[in-house]
Design a binder for this molecule. Sequence first.
Ligand SMILES: [Zn+2]
Length: 374
Amino acid sequence: MIEYRLNGPASQERQRIRLMAALRENRFPQSILIDGPAGIGKKALAIEIAKALQCSDASHRPCGHCFGCKMATDIGVTDNWLIPMESAEAHTRSAASVSAGSNAKTIEDFKQAYIEEIFKNPYRVDVFGAGAEISVGLIRSMTNAFALKGDRVRVVIVAEADRMNDSAANAFLKTLEEVPPDTYFILTTSSREKMLPTIRSRCLALHLLPLSDDEVRSETLRLLGEDVDADDVTDDVVGLSVGSPGKALYYVGTGKKWCDLAASFVKESILAHYTELFRMLADAEVDEVTEACRFLEVLSFLLSDLLRAKSGAKLRIPATTAQVNIEAFPQIDVNALERAVSVVQETMNRVSSRRTAPPMLLQSLAIKLFEGYK
Ligand SMILES: [Zn+2]
């Protein structure tokens, strides 16, 4: 009997056991949808599965060195992936239709650059730009490639599958309705609710869990390599990442900025020092929707932590929470904090709706945050 062994963090072992059993019993579904929070390793698991399905070793799969394993991890085999792309990239010509000797970048070149990034660090949450999507053209080139079928098992990893636009989703659904023999689709998403229900229902659902804090710390250090001091992966960075090494990597770089700003924002808002507060916001350059949302996320984390402090619960971002020194403001009680959490949530919704510029919304948040408790 062939033994299957998918590698990954201990926190996700239960999900992998399910998959390994299906592989061993030769009943692996032709399409599977891995969902879970951003940056927890859904693509990493998809790559493990792709290797296991394509491996031809007689006893242990994936073996890591057979032809199938090599194909599954070769960044040049761009047919293995369906990924979101910027419209200009998706409209470049295919290598097959470019004349020999041409220097023009092909769609495969762009795709390969993304795939290379994924292999370097499958946890990264910012590989694709905000405007990138999976277009119907990309789905068509995938199905065209199916016509050139060789005799090997084919696995297509669909990264961030929720980024299919409507026509792409409908075209993909048709493919799922009649999956070619020996072909497997592994879809990943952190926004399952944005996908067509008809696509979801045709895939086996696999909900991947966040990592433990210790795993986040060790994975983050491993990915950062020698460029980083272990002290940079602080408790607050791990706390903010909520089980996601991808988010931790982001916060190692910018977490301190958002944490410091959030702590000052809370203090100055209680003290009604608006001039200083508005100047701080201007200096922090939170003009973009994405930036403003990151800041509001951290602010919301901080307020929840201040609530936890009231009940003596364990803090997620202890250093930032201590910066506020909430004992100095006895009027800020549990009610004030609970109200503040919902005011931040409201602002986050308004920022995401993109109707008003983020700086305006943040200024009015500063005034409203502890209204009635100042
Ligand atoms: Zn192999």
